[in-house]
Design a protein around this ligand. Structure first.
Ligand code: AMP
Length: 125
């Protein structure tokens, strides 16, 4: 079911459980602000999710309520993940679903990082 991006944060969501170490993930990167791990159902040869450590439902929530340090730390973490994977030259795509029309399914902000092949048009028409 898609996320209502206006709902309060629910810490029973699957990414909150990953952050608490209650369920495993295939970790790619971690620092004080972010955790990155492989998507369980990859849509590209490389499909990593980067999530902030704070309790934010969506990009809307994060951009409105995140501290400067949280926002800077998260954005830098996404860049670090891409650079560490040597994706700058071949290129990569970032995507963050927010709310019902986007089909966001997990109510903890996540940025998808896709790479590893030409990724085609941005959206299905
Ligand atoms: P979204 O539709 O943007 O909310 O994307 C949610 C993503 O989370 C999907 O690509 C799922 O495959 C992925 N996902 C769901 N559960 C897990 C999990 N336990 N570990 C890794 N990725 C997951």
């Amino acid at each position: 079911m898609s996320v209502d991006a206006t709902q309060p944060y629910d810490d029973r969501n699957i990414f909150a459980k990953i952050l608490r170490g209650e369920i495993p993930c295939r970790k790619v990167y971690e620092d004080d602000f972010a955790l990155a791990f492989h998507d369980i159902n990859p849509q590209a040869p490389m499909h990593v999710l980067v999530i902030p450590k704070g309790a934010f439902v969506s990009w809307d929530d994060f951009s409105a309520k995140g501290t400067e340090a949280e926002i800077a730390g998260f954005v830098r973490a996404v860049g670090t993940v891409a650079r560490d994977a040597r994706l700058v030259a071949p290129g990569y795509r970032l995507l963050a679903n927010a709310g019902t029309d986007s089909h966001q399914e997990v109510p903890h902000l996540h940025v998808h990082l896709f790479a590893g092949r030409p990724l085609g048009p941005m959206l299905v028409r």
